[in-house]
Design a protein around this ligand. Structure first.
Ligand code: GLC
Length: 724
C-alpha cells in the first residue's frame, strides 16, 4: 500500500511524543538486535545511555554493512515497533561501496560528468543490495586549503565545476524515481555549510567569511545538489559566521528552508548537536537540543540531546511540539519516498550482493574513471610513455602497496586493489621489473636504501611510487607541512645519484608541495587514491595504452606559505606585473612567486594541442541575446588524445571586486593526430551574474574578457561588452 500525505499525517497523529522524538535519533548498529556488533558499547559515543525501548522507536541507523545484517536488524526492529515504522539505513558511500572509484578530488580532475554519474549509479546499486537506503554524499564543500585532510572528498576549488559534479553525483545516486527503483539510494549533500574554509586548514576549526563570499563561492554546489533533488542535507561541524552550522537558524531555516525551499531531511553530523556545548553556544544538553531543533535539525546523529531533553522542553513549553512534528513528518516522508513502508528491506538481497559486487563491468568503469582522473604534471623530454622491454626499477612505499582506495571507501577491501607493481607486471611482465621498497611511508632503514640503490644499477628507468598513507588525509587529518614525508624525499634525492631517468607516481589525498619532486624527477603522474583498479589504470597510462587527459580541479601551491592559493582570486590595488619596472610596492612575496606550482585546470597529455582562430560571434551582447565564442583546437602530436577546453570570463569592472577569471564552461574533445575541431561555447547574460554588495544576484553592463584555453593560465583573451 502506498503511504500518501494524508496517511503520513494520520500515522504521525498516532505517535506518542516519545515515539516522535525517537524518530529523530540515528544510532550505530551496536544498539540493535541482529547486528553483529550488538552490545559493543565500548565506543565513546556508544555510551549514550539509550534505553532498549528507545532503540525500538529510533528512526534510523548509520553504518550497517551487508544485506544479511540489515535484514536481521529490520526484522527484529519491526517485530517490536508498535506502529511498524521501518528503520532507515544510512552510510558513507562516497566514492564507491565495494567497487571503489578514485577519490572525489581525483574524479574532479576528470571533468567527466557522465563517468562521475555512472560511478555514483554503481555505488548506489552495490549499496542498495547491501541494505543501504541513504548515502552521506555528495560532499560538495569548496576547498582552497590543502592542509585540510578532507579536500580529498571534494571535487575542488571551483563553484561551477563543483556544482556540475554535485548534480551528476545526485543523479547517479538517486536516479529519476527513488520509489520505483530499489537499486538507487537517497543522496545526503554535505557538509552545510562552508566546511572547506576551516581556518588554517585545521579540522573542525572556525569558518568566518562575508555572506557575499559564502554565497558567491561556497554555497552554489549545495544549492545545485538540492536543485537536482537531493533528499537530505547534513549540517557541518564548523561555525558559520559565529554560529555552529548545527544550531544556525539563519543557515538552516532562513536560507535552506525559506529561501531555497528545501523540503528534505536535515541531519546533524556525528555528535555535532552535543558539540554546541564545547562550541560555547549551548549551556547544557537541554540547551543544545533546544538550539538544534529550533535551527531545524531533524535527525541527531549519534548523540542523545534530543531523546533526553526534548520531551521536557515540550512539556515546559520551551519547544513547540509542532517543530518536532515537522521534523518527524519529513523523516516519515523520506521513508515513504523510498517505499519502505511496503518494502522495508527495499533492495537488500544477499544473493544479488554476492553476485554483483565488484563485477567486471563495475571494475571497468572504475578503471576508466581512474585513467581519466590521473594527472600528468610533468614529462620532461617526453620520457613518458615507457617503451616495453626496458628494465624498470620500481621503488617506494607505494610500489606494492594496496593502500590505493583512500579514505571513505566503505566496503572496499585494500586487498582487492591492484597495486602498481601488479599493474606493471600484468602489462610488461615480471622480467622487466626490479623491486625494492626503499623506505616506508615515513620511516626508513639503511638496509632499505642499500637494496634500492642496488637495483638501480641494473635498471634503465627508475619508477618511484611515493605518497601519503590514506590515514594522512580524510577526516581529522590536517597537515601543516604538505610535502612528501622526509624519508621519501631523501630516497628520491639519493636515487637521483644513479643518474637514470626518474619518474614519480604519487598517491595522495591533497595537493602537495612538489617543488623538490619537480626538480629531481623527469616525469610526475599524480594518481591520487585511484581506487580498486589503481595499479592497472596507472600501468595503462605509463605505457601509453591510455593517454592522460585529466586536469587539476584544485591548485597545487608553490609552498604551504602560499595557502590559500586559487585561480579565481581578486586583482588587488597593486597587482604584480601591472606596471613595468615596478617591482617592490606590489602585492607579492619576497621569497616565493604568487603563482601556484600547478594551476587549476592544468594537466599534460602525450600529445600536444594548439588553439587557434579564437573568435567571438559579436563584440556586444545584451540581456536578451548571447554570444558564441569559438576556437579551433588541433592535435599536433602523434597519438590521439582528449583535451578539456575551458572557458573563463572576467568582469573587468564590477560593483564589487571581481576575480581575474571564473570558469563558465568546458568541453572534452577527442582529437586524432592532425585533426582540428572547432569548439564553441555560448555566453549568456546569466553567466555574467554575481552577488553584489547588497547580495542581489545580477550582471552589470560593461566590459568583459573571455578567456579560452587548456587551463586557467595559458589562455587567449577576447573582449566583449554587455550593453543595455
Ligand atoms: C563523520 C563525517 C561525515 C560522515 C559522518 C558519518 O564525522 O564528518 O562526513 O558522513 O560522520 O560517518
Amino acid at each position: 500500500m502506498k503511504i500518501n500525505e494524508e496517511q503520513l499525517n494520520h500515522l504521525l497523529n498516532q505517535m506518542t511524543l516519545d515515539e516522535k522524538i525517537a524518530q529523530c535519533i540515528q544510532l550505530a548498529p551496536n544498539f540493535y538486535e541482529g547486528s553483529k556488533e550488538k552490545g559493543d558499547v565500548t565506543g565513546p559515543m556508544a555510551k549514550l545511555g539509550i534505553s532498549e525501548e528507545l532503540v525500538q522507536n529510533s528512526g534510523s541507523l548509520i553504518g550497517a554493512t551487508g544485506a544479511k545484517e540489515m535484514i536481521r536488524i529490520q526484522e527484529t526492529y519491526l517485530k517490536n515497533n508498535r506502529l511498524k515504522i521501518p528503520l532507515l539505513f544510512m552510510a558513507d558511500i562516497v566514492h564507491g561501496c565495494k567497487t571503489i572509484f578514485p577519490i572525489p578530488l581525483a574524479i574532479g580532475c576528470s571533468w567527466d560528468l557522465e563517468l562521475a554519474e555512472k560511478s555514483a549509479e554503481i555505488a548506489a546499486l552495490e549499496a542498495s543490495v547491501s541494505g543501504i537506503h541513504v548515502t552521506f554524499a555528495p560532499m560538495v564543500d569548496l576547498v582552497r586549503d590543502p592542509r585540510w585532510g578532507r579536500v580529498m572528498e571534494s571535487t575542488g576549488e571551483d563553484p561551477y565545476l563543483n556544482s556540475k559534479f554535485a548534480k551528476a553525483f545526485v543523479r547517479g545516486f538517486q536516479g529519476s524515481d527513488l520509489e520505483e527503483d530499489p537499486y538507487r539510494v537517497a543522496a545526503c549533500v554535505k557538509h552545510f555549510a562552508g566546511y572547506g574554509a576551516v581556518e588554517g586548514g585545521r579540522e573542525y576549526n572556525t569558518v568566518d567569511m562575508s555572506e557575499r563570499q559564502l554565497r558567491e563561492y561556497y554555497l552554489p554546489a549545495y544549492k545545485a545538489a538540492i536543485d537536482e533533488g537531493a533528499q537530505m542535507l547534513m549540517s557541518s561541524f564548523n561555525t558559520v559566521n559565529g554560529i555552529p552550522a548545527t544550531g544556525n537558524r539563519k543557515l538552516l531555516r532562513d536560507l535552506l528552508r525559506d529561501e531555497w525551499g528545501f523540503e528534505g531531511v536535515v541531519i546533524s553530523d556525528w555528535g555535532s548537536v552535543m558539540e554546541l556545548i564545547p562550541h560555547g553556544v549551548a549551556a547544557d544538553e537541554a540547551d543544545a537540543a533546544y538550539k538544534a531543533i529550533s535551527a531545524g535539525i531533524d535527525i541527531e546523529m549519534m548523540s542523545s540531546a534530543y531523546v533526553k531533553n526534548l520531551s521536557s522542553l515540550v512539556e515546559n513549553k520551551m519547544v513547540d511540539e509542532a517543530l518536532i512534528d515537522e521534523a518527524v513528518l519529513r523523516i516519515l516522508r523520506l521513508k515513504s519516498k523510498l517505499g519502505l513502508f511496503e518494502h522495508p528491506y527495499r533492495g537488500a538481497d544477499e544473493e544479488l550482493e554476492k553476485r554483483i559486487m565488484m563485477s567486471e563491468y563495475y571494475r571497468h568503469v572504475s578503471h576508466e574513471l581512474a585513467v581519466k582522473s590521473i594527472v600528468l604534471l610533468q614529462n620532461k623530454n617526453g620520457i613518458l610513455p615507457l617503451q616495453k622491454g626496458k628494465k624498470i626499477a620500481i621503488i617506494g612505499p607505494f610500489a606494492k602497496s594496496h593502500d590505493l582506495l583512500g579514505p571513505w571507501s566503505w566496503l572496499g577491501s585494500k586487498e582487492d586493489a591492484i597495486s602498481l607493481y601488479d599493474g606493471l607486471k600484468e602489462k610488461a611482465g615480471a622480467h622487466s621489473l626490479l623491486y625494492a621498497e626503499g623506505c616506508g611511508i615515513d620511516t626508513g632503514t639503511e638496509e632499505q636504501l642499500k637494496d634500492a640503490i642496488k637495483i638501480t644499477n641494473k635498471a634503465d628507468i627508475i619508477l618511484l611510487a611515493l605518497g601519503e598513507s590514506s590515514e594522512m588525509s580524510g577526516e581529522a587529518a590536517s597537515r601543516a607541512d604538505i610535502r612528501l614525508p622526509q624519508v621519501q624525499m631523501d630516497l628520491m634525492k639519493l636515487l637521483k645519484r644513479a643518474d637514470k631517468p626518474m619518474i614519480a607516481v604519487l598517491f595522495n589525498g591533497r595537493p602537495l608541495d612538489l617543488r623538490d619532486v619537480v626538480e629531481v624527477t623527469n616525469a610526475i603522474l599524480e594518481a591520487w587514491f585511484p581506487g580498486t583498479e589503481g595499479g592497472a589504470a596507472i600501468a595503462d597510462l605509463l605505457f601509453g595504452d591510455k593517454n592522460p587527459s585529466a586536469k587539476l580541479s584544485m591548485s597545487f601551491p608553490y609552498s604551504v606559505g602560499q595557502i590559500p592559493v586559487y585561480y579565481n582570486h581578486f586583482r588587488t590595488g597593486r597587482p604584480q606585473n601591472a606596471l613595468p619596472k615596478v617591482e617592490k610596492y606590489v602585492s607579492k612575496y619576497l621569497d616565493i612567486p604568487n603563482d601556484p606550482l600547478f594551476p587549476f585546470g592544468f594537466g599534460l597529455s602525450y600529445t600536444t594541442f594548439s588553439y587557434g582562430n579564437a573568435r567571438l560571434s559579436d563584440q556586444t551582447m545584451n540581456v536578451g541575446t548571447s554570444l558564441t565564442i569559438s576556437v579551433d583546437v588541433t592535435n599536433d602530436g602523434e597519438v590521439p588524445g582528449e583535451e578539456i577546453v575551458q572557458l573563463y570570463i572576467q568582469d573587468v569592472v564590477g560593483e564589487v571586486v571581481r576575480p581575474v577569471k571564473e570558469l563558465k564552461d568546458f568541453k572534452k574533445v577527442l582529437l586524432y593526430p592532425g585533426e582540428t575541431k572547432s569548439i564553441s561555447f555560448t555566453i549568456t547574460e546569466e553567466k555574467l551574474r554575481y552577488h553584489h554588495s547588497d547580495l542581489q544576484y545580477k550582471s552589470d553592463h560593461g566590459a568583459f574578457i573571455a578567456y579560452i584555453g587548456p587551463n586557467s593560465r595559458d589562455v587567449q583573451a577576447l573582449s566583449f561588452q554587455l550593453i543595455q
